[in-house]
Design a protein around this ligand. Structure first.
Ligand code: APR
Length: 250
């Protein structure tokens, strides 16, 4: 475990853990039973993304959108974090770990990860359909309680899932970019890297640091520059990742 040790002004000993930043997508939850979006049997192969995951779709047919998300919210109660989620949580013993995820599930948190940033929203929260970033309206909502037409947010507008729909602004990108820039080790797991601005995060990692990508498939747009491709499913790939990070310290 590589630590940075230095003395601060009042001669107190300060130990800094290496910053490990992990950027995840749907692939890390696939082995927990949550389908990805663009693989064979992926969600967007079965459902129309623009009808079900856009403001226009919600205006046109709010019931269909609520049914889609209520089913995904209920399904989240039936799945568990997998080995990949647990290994990332475990790494907090050795590293200062931050998870930046595109996933709207809470499997990272349920596996014990303490620093998780959701770029695309969270299934277990709801918000206002007038202003989804209004913090007075964002609140946790039991996964087994369906969001219904007529349910009101604190501002009196129709309640909606706290999800970033296509075409909507991703409000914590600045923080995510900053964290990737500050990383000592950067890891990407289970994302096709085709949805922006999130996919652009791979360009913020410092060129000198170790960078790994875990995915059983080749990347549609090629492997980002400077990354080692661990060609495996997440649960198996994280064990290989740990082995390679141990190598780094030898
Ligand atoms: N382990 C690791 N990776 C996997 C596994 C697995 N078991 N199974 C599939 N993958 C990989 C696929 O090869 C693919 O590269 O996970 C990736 C999943 O890609 P997508 O389905 O496109 O999901 P993601 O990249 O997370 O989508 C980004 O798009 O639909 C929107 O908002 C939604 O956050 C989502 C965003």
């Amino acid at each position: 475990m590589e630590l940075f040790v230095y003395f601060c002004r009042n001669k107190k000993l300060v130990i800094m853990q290496q910053k490990l930043v992990v950027f995840t997508g749907a692939g890390i939850s696939a082995e927990s039973g949550i389908p990805t979006f663009r693989d064979k049997n992926g969600m967007w192969g079965k459902y129309d993304a623009m009808k079900l995951a856009s403001v226009e779709g919600f205006e046109e047919d709010p019931q269909a959108v609520l049914d889609f998300y209520n089913a995904r919210r209920k399904n989240l109660l039936e799945v568990e974090p997998n080995h990949a989620h647990f290994v990332l949580a475990e790494l907090e013993k050795q590293y200062d770990v931050t998870i930046i995820t595109q996933n709207v599930d809470n499997l990272h948190e349920r596996a014990g990860s303490s620093k998780v940033i959701h770029l695309h929203g969270e299934l277990f929260k709801v918000t206002s359909s007038r202003n989804r970033l209004d913090s007075d309206c964002i609140k946790e909502y039991p996964l087994d309680v369906p969001i219904c037409l007529g349910d009101k947010a604190a501002d009196g507008s129709q309640l909606r899932p706290y999800i970033v729909w296509f075409g909507e602004y991703v409000d914590n990108m600045d923080l995510a970019e900053h964290l990737v820039k500050m990383a000592d080790i950067f890891v990407v797991i289970g994302t096709s890297l085709v949805v922006y601005p999130a996919a652009g995060l791979v360009n913020y990692a410092h060129r000198e640091i170790p960078k790994y990508l875990i995915d059983p498939n080749d990347m549609k747009r090629g492997l980002p520059f400077g990354f080692e491709h661990i060609k495996a499913k997440a649960a198996e790939g994280v064990d290989e990742l740990v082995r390679r990070m141990e190598e780094l310290e030898k």
